[in-house]
Write a protein that binds this ligand. Sequence first.
Ligand SMILES: [Zn+2]
Ligand SMILES: [Zn+2]
Length: 143
Amino acid sequence: MCSLKITYENLPSMMELLRNLNVRPIRTIGSVTILTTVGTPERRLYVIGKVKCPYCREHIDLYVVKHDTVSGPRIVQCDGEFKTHMETKHPEFSKEWIACRVESYSRSSFHKVTRYYCQRCGYRSRRYADTLIHIIQEHGFGT
Ligand SMILES: [Zn+2]
Ligand SMILES: [Zn+2]
């Protein structure tokens, strides 16, 4: 299996490859580019770039990895470094920006799901990257 990292640094040379995978940039804010899938049943957002940590001013890399699998290429968002940075260095992030809650899927269900809530407006998603992209786009986080 072959993996290719697409980062802030090599993004310009990867645009063609991303276009061939039906992923297009929609917006650039500072040194962060938001991308979206096109022509796929499920619209998925990705974020590539450097966000500025509002607490320590460090730049944290957000990138995607293209995996070549038997069923074709797959783009995976990598936000683990960002998440770890906030969890280990800035616990206040979960009160001020993104809170993680494990909840019942519905009122009558025992099935548990993890949801990531925007602490500014209540937006929520089961995908961490979506809530992160939300705070970048809607609340100017890290730009
Ligand atoms: Zn920091
Ligand atoms: Zn919000």
